[in-house]
Design a protein. Structure first.
Length: 482
């Protein structure tokens, strides 16, 4: 691809000013339209060293309302970023609806370090474009001779000398290899939803004009598409055509423990858990525990028995409720990325990202298209987490309908527990069968080798708490080689 590019293209100086004046007005107008229509935008700048990314970004933002965009320089990872999965530094920086984020370098660096594959990048970008985001990808290309000339010029200037590194010169010496790598990147990640635009950046004016033309055209398409469809905010009724797998029907809810067995096992497991928590920190292993289940299924009780023996500085319990206005303005996974633990720490989620395929599906807060594609999006996210070294354990706290009613009534009759029961809980019981079918499908579609579902027989609280502890302890012991 790159070896076929005519690098020496130049702008027509007589037409440049007039054309740019028009494009600048268009870009400002389109920014306002995208804001009004709630279209989030990510613009990525990649390219050869010294190809002018900073200059191009600076020129591009001049016509924009500075309240509506943010620029990120992603060349080097911070210490905090290095302690999280690779995509964390990007997934936590996705724009809200109507906002524009501009990246000087992006997740494509991970392709060259081996932390991402081309398929992972394609999946990562699609989850956003399918949610209504506009992604514009710009690659700045210059020749080896021009790169060498620019690096020398930067190095000769005292104020810019710091910008040139030994690595930059090495890349210039190995220009042909770098070009081949970039060429492979462009070919493998040029997808219809987020295509690459290669900008011949030898001539500054030509490069600026092509970038403006590309961004304006992309924004126009996004606005027109939203006006004709704008479907990613629409609601659909619960379709009722899901697969019935009968997973939950096979669970034996009669399993129980005597109080004596419970106390003995809990004491042993919590002692081991205390040791494991310290080892987990020393070996820098991040752990994610995800709890889902029926209302009154015992999530809180199981979480409490895990954390009782742990140093509170090394874990966080994340209660998940309905998203607030800021969270709704982002991709639904954004708020969870922001809570994933750094190396050596544990995050325990009381309700999770699986709300997308459960309550949001049943209650119509997500369209059929949105919740159906969520299975793949969640699988890819969890795969990235485990590939990055995290332990991901998912628990479904399972009780039958009769046990739930018994616990609901006990809560109503106990003053200090009445806050746990609401009219919404009773209303949700009326949709038990629909939720059961959704849970069946969720478990089948998202229980993977690296992040399996554990169905906990929770009619007996004692049995459930011990089983959860056993699974967590055994997983940690296996990873930490204890």
């Amino acid at each position: 691809m790159l070896d076929k590019i005519e690098m020496k293209k130049k702008a027509d100086w007589q037409e440049y000013d007039a054309k740019m004046a028009h494009l600048e007005i268009q870009m400002g107008e389109l920014q306002r339209k995208c804001k009004n229509k709630g279209i989030p935008i990510m613009i990525l700048f990649e390219g050869f060293e010294a190809s002018g990314k900073g200059t191009m970004i600076n020129k591009m933002i001049q016509p924009l309302d500075p309240r509506g965009f943010k620029v990120f320089t992603m060349e080097k990872e911070t210490k905090e970023e290095r302690m999280h999965p690779y995509l964390w530094r990007y997934a936590t920086k996705t724009p809200a609806k109507g906002r524009m984020y501009i990246f000087d370098r992006s997740w494509y660096q991970g392709l060259f370090t081996g932390e991402l594959t081309a398929e992972e990048i394609r999946q990562y970008e699609r989850q956003y474009t399918e949610d209504g985001m506009l992604i514009v990808k710009i690659f700045l290309a210059i020749t080896k001779k021009e790169q060498k000339k620019r690096l020398a010029r930067l190095e000769e200037n005292k104020s810019t000398k710091w910008r040139v590194t030994k690595s930059d010169w090495k890349k210039n010496e190995n220009y042909e290899k770098v070009l081949a790598d970039y060429d492979d990147m462009l070919i493998q990640t040029d997808i219809p939803e987020a295509p690459w635009t290669v900008v011949e950046a030898m001539d500054k004016k030509y490069a600026i004009y092509k970038i403006f033309s590309t961004v304006v055209a992309a924004m126009e398409r996004a606005v027109n598409q939203c006006e004709t469809e704008c479907s990613y905010n629409s609601k659909e009724e619960y379709p009722g055509d899901e697969i019935r797998n009968g997973v939950l029907n096979r669970i034996d809810l009669s399993l129980d423990l005597t109080p004596e067995e419970y106390k003995r096992k809990r004491k042993d497991l919590q002692k081991r858990m205390e040791i494991l928590h310290n080892k987990m920190y020393l070996q820098r292993v991040p752990v994610i525990l995800a709890f889902e289940g029926w209302d009154a299924g015992g999530k809180g009780g199981a979480i409490k028995r895990i954390t009782q023996c742990m140093d509170p500085r090394g874990y966080e319990v994340v209660p998940v409720a309905a998203p607030n206005d800021t969270e709704r303005a982002h991709h639904y996974l954004w708020r969870f990325w922001n809570k994933f633990p750094k190396d050596g720490h544990m995050a325990i989620f009381d309700r999770t990202w699986y709300g997308r395929v459960l309550v949001e599906r049943i209650e119509g807060f997500a369209t059929k298209r949105e919740w159906q594609r969520a299975y793949s999006e969640i699988n890819h996210m969890e795969s990235h987490l485990t590939k990055s070294g995290a332990i991901v354990l998912k628990f479904w706290m399972h009780i039958d309908k009769e046990e739930q009613e018994k616990r609901f009534r006990a809560r109503q009759e106990t003053p200090e527990k009445q806050w746990k029961i609401t009219d919404e809980d009773w209303r949700n019981r009326e949709k038990w069968e629909e939720y059961e079918r959704a849970v069946d499908e969720m478990i089948v579609r998202t229980s993977t080798v690296s992040a399996p579902w554990h169905i906990i027989e929770a009619n007996s609280k004692l049995y459930a708490r011990i089983k959860v502890l056993e699974i967590v302890v055994e997983a940690l012991e296996q990873r930490l080689l204890l």
